[in-house]
Design a protein around this ligand. Structure first.
Ligand code: KIV
Ligand code: ZN
Length: 397
């Protein structure tokens, strides 16, 4: 099974399916380059059958990012470039047209396998679904050696049928089996058991890559992905900032930093250069127009900010008191001790020293009292406010 977790980034495909997240071809190419430098193993570049533009964008990524490692990539091989296709010849042909210039192309095809989807969406029987999977995976295999198959809505599929589906896909030539919790319905214990059940019941499963692809409808995407990895999956499908359909996909930075920060627990590694996470997050936010919530784990503006006096005092004494990872590890310059009404004397004094003022005793008491009065009226007190506040008390050192 190994201890390396492949990071499959689908920001440019599932991420772009977020309402309003459409990106231009040149933005997609720039993001693909940034993902390659970040060290992702696999880039799902798009869904070529969706539009001629999507096909062109996927092709450009295959040519410029997928042929050889671009400068700055922390690997001697270019990333695998994936094109998504429904289980039809037309979609598979279009996806192949997009990815074929890449050194490591991979065709990704999918079909729903939950009873609910088969009945209401596909209007197909189980037998018909199995036959279509066998036919389309085999057809894709005539074009491309690497084939990923996803049973859509696997999280709500009947496990025994799912095992049959996966067995069929392996026999037809699939090299990666991706297990999507398409609607973010499962809980970590259920999703972990689903993956464990697949390892225990699908013949030939040890010869393919088992991948997990979770959605965040209940806010459980990262937890479910980690549960899938704990159960043996060695590929995680993720997006930058967790963007994606509805409540989004599993966020790349959360999974990578969980594996990194809790390395002794997991004993697993990735090829990601974590110091680039904050920059790539900003880039994707700018390109999609989707603002990152301030309290977003790892890359939110408040992820390394502390306002309460107790926490600030702790941080000034030792950085590990209230931070489980250093900001520089994810490319954030420094911890931010935000000055507001919850801040204490220690943080105020430290900020004043960094501005060139040093107060103690009654002078610090007076400045602190004026600071608290101001902080009660303001959400945050900035350096310029402090300048005004200390003006009467002392001149800079
Ligand atoms: O969520 C999903 O089921 C998907 C598949 C296409 C893998 O995105
Ligand atoms: Zn998805």
């Amino acid at each position: 099974m190994g201890n390396y977790v492949r990071i499959f980034d689908t920001t440019l495909r599932d991420g772009e399916q977020s309402p309003g997240a459409t990106m231009t071809s040149s933005e997609k190419l720039e993001i693909a380059k940034a993902l390659s430098r970040l060290g992702v193993d696999v880039i799902e570049a798009g869904f070529p059958a969706a539009s001629p533009d999507d096909l062109a964008a996927v092709r450009a990524i295959a040519e410029h990012v997928g042929r050889e490692p671009i400068e700055g990539r922390p690997s001697s091989e270019p990333p695998t470039i994936v094109g998504l296709a429904r289980a039809t010849k037309g979609d598979i042909d279009a996806a192949w047209e997009g990815i074929r210039p890449a050194k490591h192309p991979c065709l990704h095809t999918f079909l729903s396998t939950s009873d609910l989807h088969m009945k209401h969406k596909l209007r197909m029987s189980r037998e018909q679904v199995l036959a279509r999977i066998a036919e389309m995976v085999a057809y894709a295999k005539t074009l491309c050696p690497a084939i990923e198959f996803s049973p859509e809505d696997a999280g709500r599929s009947e496990p025994e049928f799912l095992y049959q589906v996966l067995d069929t896909a392996i026999r037809a030539g699939a090299t990666t089996l991706n297990i999507p919790d398409t609607v973010g319905y499962t809980t970590p214990d259920e999703f972990g058991s689903l993956i464990a059940g697949i390892f225990a019941n699908v013949p030939g499963i040890d010869d393919v890559i088992v991948s997990v692809h979770c959605h965040n409808d209940l806010g459980l995407a990262t937890a479910n992905t980690l549960a899938g990895i704990r159960a043996g999956a060695r590929q995680a499908e993720v997006t930058i900032n967790g963007i994606g359909e509805r409540a989004g996909n599993t966020s790349l930075e959360e999974v990578v930093m969980a594996l990194h920060t809790r390395a002794p627990k997991f004993g697993l590694t990735t090829g990601i250069d974590t110091t680039q996470l904050a920059r790539v997050s900003r880039m994707v936010s700018t390109a999609t127009g989707i603002v990152v919530q301030p309290n977003k784990a790892v890359v939110g503006a408040n992820a390394f900010a502390h306002e309460s006096g107790i926490h600030q005092d702790g941080m000034l004494k030792h950085e590990a008191t209230y931070e489980i990872m250093r900001p520089e590890t994810v490319g954030v310059t420094q911890t931010n001790l935000v000055l507001g009404k919850h801040s204490g004397r220690a943080a105020l004094s430290a900020r004043l020293v960094s501005m060139g003022y040093s107060f103690d005793g009654p002078a610090l008491d007076r400045v602190f009292a004026r600071f608290k009065a101001l902080a009660d009226r303001r959400k945050q007190v900035h350096d310029a406010d402090l300048e005004a506040l200390v003006h009467d008390e002392a001149a800079p050192d």
